[in-house]
Design a protein around this ligand. Sequence first.
Ligand code: GRF
Length: 205
Amino acid sequence: MKMPKKIGVLVSGRGSNLQALIDAIKEKKINGEIAIVISNKADAFALKRAENNGIKTAVVDHRKYSTREDFEKDIIEHLEREKVELVCLAGFMRVLTPYFVSRYRNRIINIHPALLPSFPGVNAQKQAIDYGVKISGCTVHFVDEGTDTGPIILQKAVVVNDNDDEHSLAERILKEEHKAYAEAVSLFCDDKLEIEGRKVIIKKE
Ligand code: GRF
């Protein structure tokens, strides 16, 4: 068995995806350990979830920095101190600059609540409802310099019902997010993901 990978999770809010990772690690479904949870918001509930599980936390408040790079430098300092090998974005509401992305190239994973490349950016579930799609879902992907454009690791589909609004759809997608995120992080931690251009190949045994 390989050494568990050290994971840093960046959050801004509720942290249900963080919780899904914490639970999957406890259940030994992921060969990793969360070394630190970093929030740009001091009141993020995600921080409480980390504390409740004895995980180190840090607040790096973006409003205290005059440039994005300075903000990111402090985040990187925390990640390096903890020797983080994988950065997971879990409801982190700041766009990362090329500076950060190149520092952790192919080692940053994000979860997005739509089937990319449809509906990138904010309010993805509302975008899906407004467009009238019959199927939406979630996407776990590597992070590149664009917004929600990096190579796709996993997707899970969710049927959109006629009576759905953005909230009911978001709720059903979220359940799939929790499974998809844990699965994707597990594959990364087992060194089973290979990136070939835009494609992510999941290596078999
Ligand atoms: C999720 O819907 C995720 O896909 C998006 O932001 C939301 C975060 O939720 N990126 P939570 O903080 O993980 O509960």
